[in-house]
Ligand binder design. Sequence first.
Ligand code: PMT
Length: 412
Amino acid sequence: MMESVLWPELAGRRVLLGVSGGVAAYKSAELCRLLVRCGASVDVMMTRSARQFVGEVTFAALSGRPVATELFDPAQEAQIGHIGLADRAELCVIAPATANLLAKLAHGLADDLVSTVCLAYHGKLLCAPAMNVHMWQHPATQENLATLRRRGVSTVGPGAGEMACGHVGEGRMAEPEEILQAAGACLAPQDLAGRAILVSAGPTHEPLDPVRFLGNRSSGKMGFALAAEAAARGAEVTLVAGPSALETPWGVRRVDVRTAAEMALEVRSRAPTHSALVMAAAVADYRPRAVAAAKLKKATLGEHPVLELERTEDILGGLRALCPDAVLVGFAAETGEGLAEHAARKLTAKGCDLLVGNDVSALGAGFEAETNRVVIFEAGEGAPSSEPLPLLSKRTVARLILDRVARRLEGR
Ligand code: PMT
């Protein structure tokens, strides 16, 4: 199940989901489902207008818990208790957050169940605004948002696009997956806050002619998981990504590249301003020496054409000189015997602090898989230490790598 793999910080946590009255309320049902699938225990509270759009039975079925809808209903108060809702929650997510509800939150109004619970709640609050573009742009809404952000309230979205009212512009509620990611980030430890971390991910494509390239099977999953985990823990993350169909993780600045030369340029120019560099990309070691201007034809190539290659830039190999004080993490993709020797040699040769040895021939590990099996080699005094990890989700592997990065950064 992907979501729990992606957001383990939500497992076992108590999340209060507040739904206010907008068309996007139907998307909150999906958000509720995703939160539950991540292992969160979800209490739902709804405004009266929210129930004009979606019935509480939907949320009761998805959360497996009674839904709070009324402030002055003795039966609900006995069963749920509005102050209890506020006290129990570790995170409160308001989705959709209408202009009206944002105004109430900003000004401390408590004239219905949701606004009253929010006033009684003192934990982390995440709002996913959703409204008509003109309401969104109105100075009153923008000032209310600024007030809430000043108080530490997090926001996700809104996005731009065509809206239910027919207008086009900003105001569409963020997609449930995106809100889920922001919720996970709200609950993650912030031990990388204030650190700038650069991650490389994915394959490179080395063109042969206008329609062909030399590439590899990297999907980007390992590198994207590292970027997502670092951003969730408060780091400012730049992800230099080779061609990958994956969505950009929440809070991550993505720089798309195609070739090893482009990746080298983007990584090297940005590296000196980063305190940690994690190179998970599967960069081509060779590229075609010449790129044909037109599509290569069988008729001219003959039966046994020979492809002449040249070395690409060794990106990892040049980073220590560029960033003497950064925490440098390399990967080593190996198949079969000799992983330990190769990885330990690479750790020293490239000046890395950590080297993640990846047996890409192991079942469920390496390219394209959701899981990975790695050995983490760490430089220290004397010989490098090594720690083999079992088969884990790539997100958990990312967490364990970044735990070590965080520890090494502590002293810098
Ligand atoms: O993307 P996924 O489908 O999730 O797959 C994940 C992965 C298998 C790609 C990943 O876990 C991994 O092992 N990445 C490193 C792959 C690799 O190219 O290994 P390597 O042993 O060839 O390279 C060693 C290191 O040098 C790597 O950090 C690599 O980024 C770097 N390198 C390689 C070549 C080059 N020209 N420049 C480099 O900087």
